[in-house]
Design a protein around this ligand. Structure first.
Ligand code: DC
Length: 237
């Protein structure tokens, strides 16, 4: 690492929040970023955006090079919503919300995320989110690959049954009719794919703090992470 990169790393702390889908990474990351006044990277959204862009531009989901080119050139920006601090992705000038969060899009994202060239194409884009005063980065490989020098690495876990329940309640709350059993099957399949891929598999970095959220509410997790962050001297501006 060059001296300049080293200095930057010290000046701009990263908190990496990794773990499987439905574990509460997104909620925790938003709370942390809001509390600390840090920037936020939802790296899963980038994989989802490539999957969505591929559909729109007729790039096949098994065309690794085509997908990688799309990832590198992806015309996307994240705009802050008027009502809150959540940055919303704007793909080729069009705000994309619900379609990005669908199970289908998540599954497509998980499939294309197995391609090394797609991951490589998104690397610089993800690292560009690191800007003062700090960054909370949410994903699968934030601590292990994208920000190996993160000041704090958290890996959240929860039983697959609990995560399926959470997702089920979320979908029902939105008025979307689903059955629990197939949802549980889909979540397990996606976990397995994300965990077993050969490049940047989902796993805790060797220096990550692993927190089981199965019986812990978001407030409990948030307090625990803030305590560790303050012990490490990570604070807002
Ligand atoms: O977090 P999410 O559900 O939005 O992510 C969708 C998929 O994208 C996930 O199943 C695997 C992939 N992904 C990844 O491989 N690496 C990341 N850092 C984030 C997401």
């Amino acid at each position: 690492m060059s001296a300049a990169a080293g200095e930057g790393a010290i000046q701009v702390p990263v908190i990496a929040i990794d773990g499987p889908g439905g574990v509460g990474k997104g909620t925790l990351s938003r709370h942390l970023a809001g509390h600390l006044g840090f920037h936020l990277l939802d790296s899963g959204a980038l994989y989802r955006l490539v999957a969505l862009g591929a559909k729109e531009q007729s790039v096949a989901l098994d065309d690794e090079q085509g997908l990688a080119d799309l990832g590198r050139q992806l015309d996307v920006e994240f705009r802050l919503g008027a009502d809150d601090e959540i940055a919303r992705p704007v793909l080729r000038g069009r705000l994309v919300g619900e379609e990005l969060r669908s199970e289908r899009c998540g599954d497509d994202a998980s499939r294309i995320a197995g391609y090394p060239r797609v991951r490589e194409a998104l690397l610089a884009r993800q690292r560009a989110f690191r800007r003062p005063p700090g960054l909370v980065a949410d994903g699968r490989d934030m601590g292990s690959v994208v920000f190996p020098d993160a000041a704090l690495k958290i890996f959240l876990t929860a039983s697959v049954e609990e995560r399926a329940q959470r997702r089920y309640k979320q979908l029902i709350g939105k008025g979307i009719g689903v059955n629990l059993a197939p949802l549980l099957g889909e979540i397990s399949a996606r976990d397995k794919r994300d965990r077993e891929r050969s490049v940047a598999p989902m796993k805790p970095a060797s220096d990550a703090v692993v927190i089981d959220t199965t019986t812990l509410g978001i407030d409990g997790v948030f307090e625990q992470v803030m305590k560790i962050a303050s012990e490490r001297g990570i604070s807002g501006p």
